[in-house]
Design a protein around this ligand. Structure first.
Ligand code: NAD
Ligand code: UDP
Length: 311
């Protein structure tokens, strides 16, 4: 196959490029480096089956030659990024998804949308199955991301129904691992970098809010399986192991040996209180389940940051 991956210079996009290349496919990566980095793709310089196009996916998309797949991963993803880039986030979820769908249609390619557990907002159903419609504040600060992704899902289903296009929607739950940016703002990278620097870990609120953390290699395997499957309806992929943010902080302090302790900071507006995927569909339809436990994944991520951050 020959596939286009948008957001290829980002955390997830770059790992996905590696997976498609490892499976023997040709990959075109596209990114405008809004939140991504050329370093994430540096190891592919000169690779004969990889081509990179620097381009903003909210503008008309042109890709030479055939495409069998379009995987749309371009979008700011960390709360600090989408809060500082609200209009770009709404544009990439709406205009960018429209352009990516249009390109897939013109090429006769399969389309996969990177959606998110944020479509469930601050959930009133726990854990979250795909049938739950969510609880999102459309006009709150997080609405720019949540509503962009909800629109992107609606547009993807409209292309599927109106044009009989093969489309896939993955709802990704909090994922972590190597190639996250040091100042990415997400909790795992924040805590690890703070711990390695001997600084206090910044817990927002009481730290009783929960998240379920998936290691990047597990997630990429789920994306690859969903892409090859025949399932058009949204599919949750994430690790159902649920931890409070305070528990996460304690594990990271222990694994790094940091004595920096913890510092409490205000809870951001509309921060979801709980989050945990129901992965029954991923298990039954894709034969997928996560295999990397939190401590193992954190240990690998700590090793990555140890080798890359300047103390
Ligand atoms: P990231 O910020 O590391 O990567 C996003 C990439 O998209 C960056 O390289 C950025 O430069 C690029 N991009 C943004 N706007 C663009 C535009 N207009 N044109 C071209 N490129 C553009 O984030 P990530 O964690 O790798 O997330 C990738 C995708 O997965 C996003 O769509 C995100 O919403 C989704 N997702 C991620 C998670 C997670 O836990 N990492 C969870 C849910 C959903
Ligand atoms: N969080 C925190 N300290 C930090 C960064 C994040 O306590 O330094 C909390 C945040 O308020 C949220 C959780 O950790 O409750 C996960 O935040 P993240 O930004 O990683 O992702 P989210 O799931 O909120 O999109």
């Amino acid at each position: 196959m020959r596939v286009l991956i948008t957001g290829a210079a980002g955390f997830l996009g770059s790992h996905l490029v590696d997976r498609f290349l490892a499976e023997g496919h040709d990959v075109v990566g596209m990114d405008n480096f809004l939140t991504g980095r050329p370093e994430n793709l540096a190891h592919l310089a000169g690779h004969e089956r990889f081509k990179f196009i620097k381009h903003d996916v909210t503008e008309f998309l042109f890709v030479d030659g055939p495409l069998d797949g379009v995987l749309h991963f371009a979008s700011p993803a960390s709360p600090i990024d989408y809060l500082r880039l609200p209009i770009q986030t709404l544009k990439v979820g709406s205009l960018g998804t429209h352009k990516a769908l249009g390109l897939a249609r013109a090429k006769g390619a399969r389309f996969l949308l990177a959606s998110t557990s944020e479509v469930y907002g601050d959930p009133q159903v726990h854990p979250q199955p795909e049938t739950y419609w969510g609880h999102v504040n459309p006009v709150g600060p997080r609405g720019v991301y949540d509503e962009a992704k909800r629109f992107a899902e609606a547009l993807t289903m409209a292309y599927h129904r109106s044009h009989s296009m093969p489309t896939r929607i993955i709802r990704i739950f909090n994922t972590y691992g190597p190639r996250m940016r040091e100042r990415d703002g997400r909790v795992v990278s924040n805590f690890i970098v703070q711990a390695l620097r001997g600084e206090p870990l910044t817990i927002y609120g009481e730290g009783t809010q929960t998240r379920s953390f998936c290691f990047v290699s597990d997630l990429v395997d789920g994306i690859y399986r969903l892409f090859l499957s025949e399932r058009a309806d949204p599919t949750n992929v994430g690790n159902p192991g649920e931890f409070t943010i305070r528990e996460l902080a304690q594990i990271i302090l222990r694994l790094t040996g940091s004595t920096g302790g913890i510092q409490q900071e205000p809870l951001p507006v509309d921060d979801p209180l709980v989050r945990k995927p129901d992965i029954t569909i991923a298990r039954d339809v894709l034969g997928w389940k996560p295999s990397v436990e939190l401590e193992e994944g954190l240990t690998r991520t700590i090793e990555y940051f140890r080798s890359t951050i300047i103390p």
